[in-house]
Design a protein around this ligand. Structure first.
Ligand code: B12
Length: 232
């Protein structure tokens, strides 16, 4: 993607730098992303703007090209790794200065499934939006979710599945919550490429999110409804 060899990031203006960071993210260049993030911080950008405009903006392009078969898994992993480099710098700053804590989410990929790129993206975007996220990782049996819900008392439970064979497990988790009288305590959001809205409804989730941006919107929406209910 980047054609010129010796681009000096600090000599670019803000718009050019963000464009260049899109390219660098696409090319999986972690050090360049870290440098870009630091330059924007020095220029007074808020951590939140850097996350959403430079990093998430760039990852969105990667996501589209991945979906369209232009990029493949190794490139996406490199891009995600570069993004992680930027996130490592931003995370403590987001925690300090970032948006006020909007809510808390426990998230994990269901039993039998080891896909976590999408889940990680959702976690990062949620953190960027001011949520506290507890990530249970991959291959989670129902017991893991129950333990984490009990220990963390989140507002939202998020489940991810990328296989048609593992997506029904989300219903096992939701049914268990119902059985234990816990279902109403949490907003349950589900996602993953093979799911759709109908499936989300059929298993009794509160929402299906097609991507990380929708997840953030929906989560915020549920939180503001919750606050209104408490106030009213
Ligand atoms: C990368 C990948 C892998 C990697 C996973 C690496 C990793 N660390 O995650 C590896 C190579 C390990 C892998 C393994 C396998 N994979 Co695979 N994999 C993929 C691939 C190419 C991309 C998935 C991905 O990361 N997408 C990018 C992310 C950003 O998108 P996403 O996951 O959809 O997430 C977004 C949304 O869905 C949503 N979202 C996701 N989760 C959540 C959760 C919540 C709470 C919310 C709100 C939103 C949300 O937001 C995300 C961000 O925008 C897909 C193809 C595809 N098109 O999906 C196949 C795919 C999912 N894999 C498939 C298969 C079959 C497998 C294997 C069984 C292959 C095998 N024979 O070994 C194994 C499974 C092992 C297991 N038990 O899980 C099939 C599934 C087919 C099916 N009908 O079920 C697919 C569809 C490929 C295909 N066309 O055949 N895979």
């Amino acid at each position: 993607m980047s054609d010129e060899e010796d681009i000096v990031l600090s000599e670019l203006n803000d718009d050019e730098l963000v464009e260049q960071m899109f390219d660098d993210l696409y090319d999986g260049l972690k050090e360049e992303i870290e440098e870009g993030v630091n330059i924007l911080l020095e220029r007074g950008w808020t951590p939140y703007d850097i996350l959403t405009k430079a990093l998430v903006g760039g990852m969105t392009i990667v996501g589209h090209d991945f979906r369209d078969g232009i990029l493949f898994v190794p490139e996406v992993l490199l891009a995600a790794n570069a993004m992680k480099g930027g996130m490592t710098i931003l995370k403590p700053l987001l925690a300090e200065t970032g948006a006020p804590r909007v809510g808390k989410m426990v998230i994990g990929t269901v039993k039998g499934d080891i896909h976590d790129i999408g889940k990680n993206l959702v976690s990062m975007m949620m953190e960027g939006a001011g949520f506290e996220v507890v990530d249970l990782g991959i291959n989670n049996p129902v017991e893991n979710y129950l333990e984490a819900l009990e220990a963390e008392q989140p507002d939202i439970l998020g489940m991810s599945a990328l296989l048609t064979t593992t997506m029904p497990y989300m219903k096992v988790v939701i049914d268990t919550l119902v059985e234990q009288g816990l279902r109403e305590e949490y907003v349950v959001l589900v996602g993953g490429a093979p799911l759709n809205e109908e499936f989300g409804k059929a298993i009794g989730a509160d929402g299906y999110c097609r991507d990380a941006a929708v997840a953030v919107e929906m989560a915020k929406d549920f939180m503001s409804r919750k606050h209104n209910q408490l106030a009213g």
